[in-house]
Design a protein around this ligand. Structure first.
Ligand SMILES: [Zn+2]
Length: 348
């Protein structure tokens, strides 16, 4: 409680500078050292103020590369259904830019050392210890599309990155084995490996302000994950009890998930005798994502048109007031494998 007042000031500034409240709990975890490091994307014009804030918080930072928006005509770049980051151009920061940033020079166009374009964001790594930030930077890769060919990171670096970010080792190994977007659905594998579902392992809120964990657990009752997320939540509670309570309430929901980019909460979901699931409303868990999966709106509209669903043989059948209204056909052979699942985190 000692730093409750400062957090309000500092964190409201952080939210403003980074342009949204995603990852706030992760910053709280990093401040306490519970979370070994985190990575984030900061609008370039906010970087001088952000760097100064990070220094005030006593955190170390490493600057990685620049993410630039692709022209409108390239929004459906080759590979966008197969790899997570194909909608941004990338370039390295020049040493002049890094020096100017570290010296607190403004990014307002008056400094010819900077080569930013409107919409550019800088990928950064933040940690309590400078060496933790450096280790994460050294292992942080993104798949690149160069001349319509996808270049992926070295396989072993997934383990280095997961460890550097402080994810449980069991979950990192599981991720490496099962996170193959075009051939496997990791949530289906995670569900198979789970004996129970705990809201503390609900990673599906990772694109919302109620994100508690960012990593994908090896099971929805993975002991290392439950311990870690419990500690992070306690840390959040020290900063802001009301925020901790709202995170907990948000995570205790029923979710329909088909893949990492297609996840929706089902309000007041109940299972009927016929195994159908009734619900009163649908909300997207990709609300804060700028570029959504091409199938997102179709899922959302179809689910919103109904109040009851049944998943059978990979198809989602939807009814409204007992009348059949729609079916969502899913596929496992066209880009990211879709395996529709309903995950109930309400009681767990
Ligand atoms: Zn695990």
């Amino acid at each position: 409680m000692a730093y409750q007042e400062p957090w309000k000031r500092v964190f409201s500034e952080l939210i403003e500078l980074r342009g949204g409240a995603l990852q706030v709990a992760q910053y709280m975890g990093a401040l306490s050292g519970l979370k070994r490091s985190l990575d984030d994307w900061i609008p370039y014009s906010q970087l001088p103020a952000y760097l100064s804030l990070i220094a005030d918080l006593g955190l170390a930072i490493e600057l990685d590369c620049v993410f630039s928006r692709l022209p409108e005509t390239q929004q459906s770049a080759f590979g966008s259904r197969y790899a997570p980051t194909t909608r941004a151009g990338g370039r390295s920061l020049s040493s002049k830019e890094v020096r100017a940033l570290m010296n607190g020079q403004p990014c307002d166009g008056s400094n010819s050392d900077f080569h930013f374009a409107p919409g550019d964001e800088v990928h950064v790594v933040v940690a309590k210890q400078p060496e933790w930030a450096l280790q994460t930077l050294g292992a942080a890769w993104y798949p690149l599309v160069v001349d319509n060919r996808i270049i992926t990171k070295p396989y072993g670096d997934a383990f280095r990155l997961g460890s550097a970010l402080g994810y449980p080792e069991c979950c990192v190994r599981f991720f490496m084995e099962h996170n193959q977007w075009s051939t496997q659905n990791q949530f289906a594998e995670t569900l198979k490996a789970s004996r129970a579902l705990s809201w503390k392992a609900n990673c599906l809120a990772k694109n919302t302000r109620w994100m508690l964990i960012f990593h994908m657990p090896c099971a929805f009752d993975c002991p290392a994950t439950l311990e870690y997320s419990g500690l992070v939540l306690e840390e959040v509670r020290r900063f802001d009890p009301a925020y901790a309570n709202s995170i907990e309430a948000y995570l205790k929901q029923t979710v329909l998930v088909s893949n990492e980019r297609l996840a929706f909460t089902l309000g007041s979901a109940r299972k009927s005798k016929s195994n159908r699931i009734s619900y009163i409303n649908v909300k997207s868990l990709q609300e804060f994502i700028a570029v959504r999966d091409p199938l997102h709106d179709d899922y959302f509209n179809a689910l919103s048109a109904g109040d009851e669903l049944l998943i059978e043989d990979g198809t989602i059948f939807i009814w409204k007031n007992g009348e059949f209204v729609r079916a969502i056909e899913t596929s496992c052979d066209q880009g990211i494998a879709e395996v529709p699942l309903v995950l109930d985190f309400v009681e767990g």
